[in-house]
Design a protein around this ligand. Structure first.
Ligand code: FAD
Length: 364
């Protein structure tokens, strides 16, 4: 049996060091509220994960795009001195409507609401937040398994430690929370009914990206924007770095192929791209992918059919549970833009406000 080592007491234990957890830590630190972040993975960032390789374009394996309407995220980026740049879409796309006709080059209408990317990669946001908060407050490889009420607060067990704190905030996707963590006393049945059908945004998705030395898709009769009903890549986009110095294309891959090998997926990617670009498609520098369904700290299989965004932003996620000691943040808990980076930031803002209001004694 593993012996659980008890550790000192921070005011707030934050479970998960993705965008919600790190943003919350940043806000709590501003208010001098002590906290500790527990992260299950051996890396921070959660569903934000940029693949970096020296001298090449950063490849987004997770979250990539934001819009001007994502005000709180934009404000946070400005506060952290991070810039954004417009996603290249172009004025035409390769379009494959049905498997029985060849791909076509179609014109795209002007884009009045462009998407943007974070300069230096989405992980630049994560790394910048980590720089602002104290590194020692983040513990990696801490898989939380149990949360129990105690006389003075809550006890949180991970596979290797036990922690005590006044308050706990989960930033896990709600479905994952009640599917993987045991509570004593149990959480309300009405709450668990909602979480059981709360979709984890992008949990089933597969991202694929290829780096090339030249952007051959920018040729006269071509495009880096792909829309295909035939697949297995339904969408793909030019994914050059912010300075347009290093080149890659990146898109989604049919999520149903999560169980095949990386080599098989790569071959399917190349076969599709070869159809549009010829043999040069095979002349790639590197191939990266993210199969999120195979990530146990993002995805767990549902017991029933759950629709995209189902129950995202449900009002119940603002409830404070376990006698006012357990809070929920996380992108899916935000009332506006749930599931997205904007939702993650807003959820952290909400919980920081709730904690400050309900527990003013924690604020120095
Ligand atoms: C492929 C993909 C593409 C996306 N594209 C976009 C996009 O273009 N734009 C956009 O706005 N959003 C996008 N998203 C969504 C975006 O990534 C999320 O909204 C955001 O990153 C969620 O942050 P979070 O902190 O709420 O959750 P998460 O990032 O999921 O963080 C939760 C953290 O909890 C940890 N954890 C899980 N279980 C435990 C446990 N038992 N104990 C301790 N820690 C645990 C996890 O490891 C993780 O670090 C995309 C997501 C994916 C996967």
């Amino acid at each position: 049996m593993i012996e659980h080592k008890k550790t000192s007491t921070p005011s707030v234990l934050i479970i998960g060091a993705g965008l919600s957890g790190l943003t919350l830590a940043y806000y709590l630190q501003k208010k001098d509220i002590s906290y500790q972040l527990l992260e299950a993975r051996s890396r921070i960032g959660g569903r934000i994960f940029t693949n970096y390789q020296e001298g090449t374009a950063p490849l987004e394996i997770g979250a990539t795009w934001l819009g001007k309407k994502h005000q709180e995220l934009n404000n946070l980026l400005t506060e952290l001195d991070l810039e954004i740049f417009e996603q290249i879409l172009g004025d035409r796309a390769i379009y494959e409507p049905i498997s029985t006709s060849p791909p076509q080059l179609v014109s795209l209408p002007p884009n009045n609401d462009p998407s943007y990317r974070i300069k230096g990669g989405s992980s630049a946001l994560i790394n910048s937040l980590v720089e602002k908060i104290k590194h020692k407050n983040i513990l990696l490889n801490q898989v939380v398994t149990n949360i129990s009420s105690t006389t003075n607060g809550l006890s949180v067990k991970t596979k290797i430690n036990e922690f005590q704190s006044d308050l706990v905030v989960s930033t896990l996707p709600p479905f994952l929370l009640t599917n993987t963590i045991k509570f004593n006393p149990s959480l309300p049945e009405t709450f668990e009914k909602i979480t059981a059908t709360t979709h984890t945004w992008m949990g089933e998705s597969i991202k694929v990206g290829l780096r090339y030395t030249t952007p051959f898709w920018r040729a006269e009769n071509s495009s880096g924007t792909i829309f295909s009903n035939v697949g297995p890549i339904p969408e793909m986009y030019d994914h050059a770095d912010a300075k347009d110095k290093y080149f890659s294309i990146k898109g989604f891959f049919n999520g149903a192929y999560f169980s095949v090998s990386k080599e098989e997926r790569l071959e399917m990617v190349l076969t599709q791209l070869e159809k549009y670009y010829g043999p040069q498609a095979r002349d790639f520098v590197s191939y990266e992918e993210g199969v999120w369904q195979n990530e146990p700290f993002t995805y767990a299989p549902y017991d029933q059919h759950v629709l995209p965004h189902q129950n995202n932003g449900h009002a119940i996620f603002s409830d404070i549970l376990m006698d006012g000691k357990f809070y929920l943040a996380g992108a899916e808990t935000a009332k506006q833009y749930p599931g997205y980076m904007e939702g993650a930031v807003r959820s952290a803002q909400r919980v920081a406000k709730q904690i400050t209001k309900e527990h003013s004694s924690l604020v120095s």
